[in-house]
Design a protein around this ligand. Sequence first.
Ligand code: PNS
Length: 168
Amino acid sequence: MAESMKSGFYPGSFDPLTNGHIDILERSFQLVDRLVVGIGTSAGKTPLFTIEERHAMLTEELSPRAKKANCAIEIITFDGLLVDAAKNLNVQLIIRGLRNGADFDYEAQMIAMNRIMSPEIEVICLAAGPDTGFISSTLVRQIARMKGDVTPFLPSAVAKKLIEKMAE
Ligand code: PNS
């Protein structure tokens, strides 16, 4: 990797990947030369999609977008602390999306605690775009369970997989 290459780490649960994630990811591609997307196995959450399913969905959706933006992309999974994953990847910049005040409160707390554990790691939060800032993976799963239309909120291939998952 070139010394001057700027790397970023975008972590999330991606259960599933939404148009809101895509907005933040596409903007992140413009900020760094290499973006590592980390699928975290959040403690206390029972995911709908397996890690393997999420990894496959992210690869399918993000690889062409990153290529178009000329940004190197790696999609990984991690199950420990976010700051440890960032250190292992040799990435000093974490990128997160912010949709609303609830996100701000959650992120501010995590940023402060992560900073105490690893002050060398910086976090930037990108404000969600107006077209996608209301989208939540949790609510998308709820809509899908109740047989609602999830297509406005997801990339079409992800919506298809979610509908198939609900039919299982
Ligand atoms: O998409 P999400 O659900 O907001 O992603 C949450 C994630 C995976 C980024 C978060 O749960 C996380 O950072 N997990 C790693 C565990 C960790 O570092 N916990 C301490 C935070 S101070």
